[in-house]
Ligand binder design. Structure first.
Ligand SMILES: Nc1ncnc2c1ncn2[C@@H]1O[C@H](COP(=O)(O)OP(=O)(O)OP(=O)(O)O)[C@@H](O)[C@H]1O
Ligand SMILES: [Mg+2]
Length: 268
């Protein structure tokens, strides 16, 4: 039995036109400490799967088990950066992180405050700590959500396009912070991340899950990343292993397009 087991997962939603099956037959066994990326076209069901691991979506078939126990709702063992950040609009940046830490950490108020400040520093938001989410840019909101998820130090980090709204430089820094956090945990923290960035997926992951398109999307392929760690972003892109894997992933994501049509026409 693996640390996290997704077994024959199906998730459907009731719609006015009837049941919409978003994903089906999802089977994935994840070991403790693994870094997994999920890639696929918009609307294929990536967030739906992640929300099931978070305990926010109830499976209509199959199950998600963490350490042998079926996930039935959210819990402090899983830290989540949602695609829409989900910050509490009436609380300041500082309070948004503090309330999460306060809810799950068993330590003194002073220690909790220190944890919040450390994480605010990490995402470079110290001078904005008293602002409300409505006063922040998209990238700043995303960084608050990252700080909040990191601050509670969960065994499983669920990251739904966590760096999507960030500029290239900030994104690079945040990727390194993520790896630092993972290394600090003795590479014991399990990270599941959704991304549209193939380079990011290869740089960070042990395995990359490629999704088919929906409705009723399934897993198309699971690719292993065999590049040794620590990985140097500038160096790995020159290696044959990287180039081959990147091309394979690109091919998996674009093979519904006709190459003759230069990817302009959708092939039925
Ligand atoms: N609550 C819901 N009710 C009805 N349909 C839903 C609901 N949530 C998601 N869906 C549908 O399920 C499908 C998958 O959505 P999901 O948000 O998981 O896609 P995604 O792969 O995360 O896309 P993106 O890359 O754009 O974030 C979509 O067709 C979406 O419309
Ligand atoms: Mg999504």
């Amino acid at each position: 039995m693996s640390y996290l087991e997704i077994k024959n997962l199906e998730i459907s939603f009731p719609t006015p036109k009837g049941k919409y099956i978003a994903v089906r037959d999802i089977n994935l066994s994840i070991e403790k400490g693994e870094i997994i990326s999920i890639i696929g076209h918009s609307g294929c069901g990536k967030s739906t799967i992640m929300n099931a691991i978070a305990g926010m979506n109830t499976p209509t078939g199959g199950s998600v088990e963490l350490m042998g126990k079926t996930i039935k709702g959210p819990g402090p063992d899983r830290g989540i950066v949602f695609q829409n950040y989900s910050l509490l609009p009436w609380m300041s940046v500082y309070q948004n992180i503090y309330q999460a830490v306060d809810a799950v950490m068993d330590c003194s108020k002073k220690e909790k405050q220190e944890i919040v400040l450390q994480n605010l520093e990490m995402v470079n938001l110290m001078q904005h700590k008293d602002k409300l989410p409505g006063q922040l840019s998209g990238g700043m909101k995303q960084r608050v959500a990252i700080a909040r998820a990191f601050a509670i130090n969960p065994g499983v980090l669920l990251l739904d396009e966590p760096f999507g709204a960030l500029d290239a430089l900030t994104k690079g820094t945040m990727q390194l912070e993520l790896l630092k956090l993972w290394n600090l945990s003795g590479r014991d923290k399990t990270i599941i991340m959704i991304t549209h960035d193939i380079e990011e997926a290869i740089f960070l992951s042990d395995r990359i899950v490629v999704m088919n398109d929906g409705p009723a999307a399934t897993i198309k392929e699971i690719e292993h990343v065999h590049l040794a760690r620590p990985r140097n972003k500038i160096e790995i892109v020159k290696t044959p292993e990287y180039i081959e894997l990147r091309d394979r992933l690109l091919h998996l994501l674009t093979d519904k397009f006709s190459i003759e049509d230069m990817g302009m026409v959708y092939k039925k």
